[in-house]
Design a protein around this ligand. Structure first.
Ligand code: ADP
Ligand code: MG
Length: 729
């Protein structure tokens, strides 16, 4: 009944302001629920502390006895904060985080002496049934075991009354079943490769870490309104709904003053983040109505990925307290902006140098150029793999739509750096004359920092942009786990740096060149090779799509098409060579992602079918009956002349019937298409069928429903409307 919608609107309109307690100054509470350096020093023995530090910094395994000691200290710390349970916290390939809580509480075998306990073995490794998590065929039925194993590089934290221990999740046979395992391997690959290259410039560098600063976009709507929409509840987006007369045309939302109920939510959320050590820094309104963004200070990539996964969970929980629902979907509403999660990425040495930041001396700028150009080269070789890393059913709606990067991966570097690359392209082959060296030092490499300082170029339409001291991968979707994109970026750049090192060493050893000559020579060739990926124009334009085809760049608009790059020979070999994933793991992941795609489209198809038949059509018929009664009445009064008085009503009657018929016909056709798709056996074929034969019905069905929404009496319409979802707060 429409009363449900009006009830929801009434509830949403009269929400009380939730009280948010004022916490101490942020810097004082930051990380107080994290087993960080400070708490480790306090609760661990010096030996145990050192063991954890070595595990974190050098990857040294912690032995059994020390693990017991670490576990004990961790437990004491947790108990001192009122914690009762612990969990291995991990990120299976379901898109969310997983946890199974166990109480610290234990009794001795005879039932006496109840104690609180956390053994070293319980901290370090646990067995877990892997059969209910996506595994892409890795698991066979008689070996359904999986293991979660402690990742000491991401500190344990307390959420509520539970101690959460970040872990990896692998199969009995050691294959990755989660997002973290390949990421950790990729981070170790980039560390090794980048450290070697750094040694050309500074022998003291011992470690390089990748850094990540994500920007999380989201929509916030009242929970009663969300509950009134079966599509939002089940698919995270609206499958129907005529666009509101007012959308984002006036651009009055972006960076506008934050509505007080939302601000209150943000304050509460930020308090939670501070306790959890998530360094959130900025908050603002985004472009679409009821769309917002939150961004932290960047961190080491593994920790940043964990923090983003944790944050998404915390955001939803805090939202419950404020009677909001967070929509993370990339395109919850047709016609207004979708949500992304820009991934700002860079590399940083243990000597404190950002390798993608130009600096003062010609030598350190040559280092900058080395990493800058190698990244460009990696992206130009593996652009399809990068596109595949952000493919999902939900992100398909966003890429290439309103103010979102296209499905084409290209790099924007700005006018100034383009000029620098042009000059480097002219470097002589082989040995360089003293004059050329001086010229390069003074006028090309030496001038970079000045040049970048007034570089105000901020092309916002590029999917992969250099933004002064980092690259920003903008095509990542708002629901994504950043691990996927981060694994690919770090793997391909690692591979590229390994190749670069080989080439440079070869020129030094066999070509008789000095180190900087060899580097200039190799970089010059890379600049020539990578022109196809650099693009400074409008990435949203039709012309760019055409130009990209001419350049041989991929433009995969759907997930099944994009994912194919995941199982190319190129992909297998780069993951294998960098020890990130073996053949089985790559294939398994591919299957899991296709299956997820299929399920998402299948669910959307079913939900859409249900809503149009159970909500839209019955409502339309009810309204049609009202008009029928009216027409009958007019006929009674006016007799044969009635038609001239019922002209509009008769038209409406016909229109309603036309759209009802349209809906029914298309829903049946869609069901047939689903059946056909389901009858296929190969997962790639099923995904293609869902994409090409099922999904196109969504818009056709929606068309008829949205037309009915415009005709039917507002009082009768059961589904909460766009204007209500987007403008109530
Ligand atoms: P935008 O203009 O796209 O909104 P901002 O400048 O507001 O971008 O955001 C910058 C983001 O980049 C922040 O999340 C920040 O943490 C991150 N960032 C800054 N420097 C680095 C770096 N060296 N490595 C990774 N991320 C970084
Ligand atoms: Mg950004």
């Amino acid at each position: 009944m429409a009363s449900f919608r009006f009830e929801a609107l009434k509830i949403a309109g009269t929400r009380p302001m939730v009280n948010v307690s004022e916490l101490d100054r942020k810097s004082a509470i930051f990380g107080s629920n994290v087993f960080n350096d400070k708490s480790m020093r306090q609760f661990l023995t010096p030996d145990a502390y050192k063991a954890v530090k070595n595990a974190m910094d050098l990857g040294v395994k912690i032995d059994r006895k020390l693990a017991d000691s670490v576990a004990m200290g961790m437990k004491e710390w947790a108990l001192s904060k009122g914690v009762t349970h612990y969990t291995h916290w991990f990120q299976p390939l379901t898109g969310t985080t997983a946890e199974k809580h166990d109480a610290f509480f234990e009794t001795s075998p005879d039932g006496a002496d109840p104690i609180e306990r956390l053994a070293g073995t319980q901290l370090v490794q646990q067995e877990s049934d892997a059969s209910s998590f996506p595994n892409g065929g890795i698991r066979n039925t008689f070996e359904a075991r999986g293991y979660t194993a402690w990742d000491p590089t991401s500190p344990a934290f307390i959420y509520g009354t539970t101690l959460c221990i970040p872990t990896v999740f692998v199969s009995y046979t050691g294959e990755a079943l989660d997002n973290k395992t390949p990421l950790l391997r990729a981070l170790s690959a980039i560390d090794a490769a980048a450290t070697e290259v750094c040694k050309y410039f500074d022998k003291n560098v011992k470690k390089v870490v990748a850094t990540l600063g994500w920007e999380q976009e989201y929509f916030l709507i009242d929970s009663a309104l969300a509950a009134s929409r079966p599509d939002i509840l089940q698919t995270g987006r609206t499958l129907l709904g005529h666009t509101a007369a007012k959308g984002q045309q006036l651009e009055d939302h972006y960076f506008g003053s934050i509505p007080s109920r939302v601000l209150n939510y943000m304050r509460d959320l930020e308090n939670e983040c501070m306790l959890l050590g998530i360094p959130v820094k900025t908050r603002h309104n985004e472009v679409a109505p009821n769309q917002f963004e939150l961004a932290p200070i960047f961190e080491e990539a593994n920790l940043a990925v964990d923090h983003n996964s944790l944050l998404m969970d915390v955001m939803q929980k805090v939202a419950e307290r404020h009677y909001f629902k967070v929509l993370f979907h990339e395109k919850p509403f047709k016609g207004v902006n979708g949500s992304g999660k820009h991934n700002n990425w860079s590399l940083s040495t243990d000597t404190g140098v950002n390798l993608l930041s130009p600096s003062k001396t010609p030598m350190s700028n040559l280092q900058f150029l080395t990493f800058f150009i190698n990244t460009i080269k990696a992206v130009s070789i593996y652009e399809e793999l990068l596109r595949a890393s952000i493919a999902s059913a939900s992100n398909d709606h966003r890429l290439g739509a309103n103010e979102a990067p296209p499905a084409i991966v290209s790099i924007f570097i700005g006018q100034q750096l383009t000029k620098v690359l042009e000059e480097l392209e002219g470097v002589s082959t082989g040995k360089l004359s003293p004059e050329e060296k001086t010229e390069l030092k003074l006028n090309v490499v030496g001038k970079i920092p000045d040049v970048l300082l007034d570089n105000t170029d901020r092309n916002r339409t590029s999917s992969f942009a250099f933004t002064g001291n980092k690259f920003e991968f903008r095509a990542v979707g708002s629901t994504a786990n950043c691990a996927n994109a981060m694994t690919v970026i770090n793997t391909i750049v690692a591979k590229q740096l390994v190749d670069f090192k080989k080439e440079v060493d070869d020129l030094i050893e066999n070509g008789g060149l000095k180190k900087d000559e060899a580097i200039f020579n190799v970089l010059r060739e890379y600049i020539k090779d990578t022109k196809n990926i650099l693009f400074e124009g409008d990435g949203y334009s039709k012309e760019w799509e055409e130009e990209a085809v001419r350049r041989g760049l991929s433009n995969h608009k759907s997930t099944p098409a994009a994912l194919k790059a995941r199982i190319s020979e190129k992909a297998f070999s780069v993951f294998q060579e960098m020890n990130v994933m073996d053949h089985t793991e790559v294939e398994a992941r591919y299957e899991i992602e296709l299956e997820e795609y299929i399920k998402k489209i299948q669910i959307e198809g079913r939900v859409l079918g249900d809503i149009v038949r159970n909500h839209v059509v019955p409502t339309a018929i009810r309204y049609q009956n009202v008009i029928v009664e009216n027409v009958k009445g007019l006929k009674e009064i006016f007799g044969a002349d009635y038609e001239q008085y019922a002209e509009e009503q008769l038209l409406i009657l016909k229109k309603i019937s036309k759209h009802i018929n349209g809906i029914h016909a298309k829903v049946y056709e869609m069901m047939d298409a689903r059946k056909q798709a389901n009858s296929l056996t190969n997962v790639q074929e099923i995904a293609d069928a869902y994409c090409d034969n099922v999904k196109p019905y969504f818009d056709q069905i929606r068309y008829h429903s949205d037309k009915l929404e415009l005709i039917v009496d507002n009082e009768m319409w059961t589904l909460t409307k766009y204007r209500e979802l987007l403008f109530s707060r």
